[in-house]
Design a protein around this ligand. Structure first.
Ligand SMILES: [Zn+2]
Length: 291
């Protein structure tokens, strides 16, 4: 599943290759791709044709592109995209053969490269939603700003995290508290901060929260730096688990391999129908609470 850095790479690609272009035609090739556009595929197509996509923004794992009329006045709407488990937004030459799982195609009035939405498992989707005055679409507004966003407030995050009475890994995955951190980056950030994911948030010190936030930022930034070049090939592979970052994972998916810090074998534990990976020596489990 694409995590925040991968989606940010896609946003940068859209900003570079799509923003400012006027849609000539939209072809919806699979109705599931626009199922969140409740008025249907024809309405979706009509809402975009002849209009300009003015910029590319991201909130968590959602992308949105504000729409303007032909005379550049804002339409009060935005094209919203979510990549789901396997979605890709590709910018390609028109001569490039269609992908097997091509779900939607956008052509532009400048006759240049197409924008294609490709999604093998069709959990992702596109919709045109209201976004008055170029502001964030209402459906995305509840998602917390993430640490890659310039508006992220570290002090507020620290205070909110310590107020939650939950396990620290659950808090990291809570999109209302911190946006865009998925299972992989949560495990990597916890390892960097030497915290076990089941540590209770209300008992973390300010310094531990600061270490954790630094871990989140570092792991996201490093991943972004590696993924940041992949859009040069006009192709972002978001299939599978964090493709280009996987060579650099310290704990995630590394069960029985030595911890890069202390050499102790990494352990896998089940967590919310998924897995958590940690070093039992660097990240000891919290002791049971005294009653
Ligand atoms: Zn270790």
């Amino acid at each position: 599943m694409p995590e925040l850095p991968e989606v940010e790479v896609v946003r940068r690609g859209l900003e570079r290759w799509v923003a400012g272009r006027t849609v000539a035609a939209v072809e919806v090739r699979h109705p599931r791709a626009v199922r969140r556009h409740l008025e249907g595929a024809d309405h979706f197509t009509a809402a975009l044709t002849g209009r300009t996509l003015t910029a590319a923004y991201r909130r968590g794992k959602y992308l949105w592109l504000p729409i303007a009329e032909a005379d550049d006045t804002p339409a009060g709407q935005a094209l919203v995209a979510h990549l789901g488990m396997s979605g890709q937004l590709l910018v390609e030459k028109r001569s490039q053969p269609d992908e097997t799982h091509l779900r939607a195609r956008f052509t532009f009035t400048d006759g240049g490269r197409e924008l294609r939405f490709v999604d093998q498992r069709t959990f992702g989707g596109l919709a045109v939603e209201d976004a008055d005055g170029g502001s964030i679409p209402a459906r995305l507004a509840h998602i917390a700003i993430d640490p890659l966003d310039a508006g992220f407030d570290a002090d507020r995050f620290s205070a909110a995290l310590r107020r939650r009475r939950t396990e620290v890994k659950r808090a990291l995955l809570d999109q209302t508290l911190i946006g865009g951190v998925g299972n992989i980056y949560a495990d990597e950030a916890l390892w960097r901060a030497r915290l076990h994911g089941s540590r209770p948030t209300e008992r973390l010190s300010r310094a531990q929260v600061a270490d954790l936030l630094e871990g989140v930022r570092d792991v996201l930034t490093e991943s972004l730096a590696q993924g940041g070049t992949s859009f040069d090939s006009l192709y972002v592979d978001v299939n599978g688990q964090s493709g280009y970052f996987s060579r650099h994972l310290a704990v995630y998916g590394q069960a029985d391999r030595p911890c890069p810090r202390c050499g102790t074998p990494i352990v896998r534990e089940s967590f919310m129908n998924r897995s958590s990976y940690s070093c039992p020596r660097c990240q000891p489990r919290p002791r049971a609470r005294r009653s």
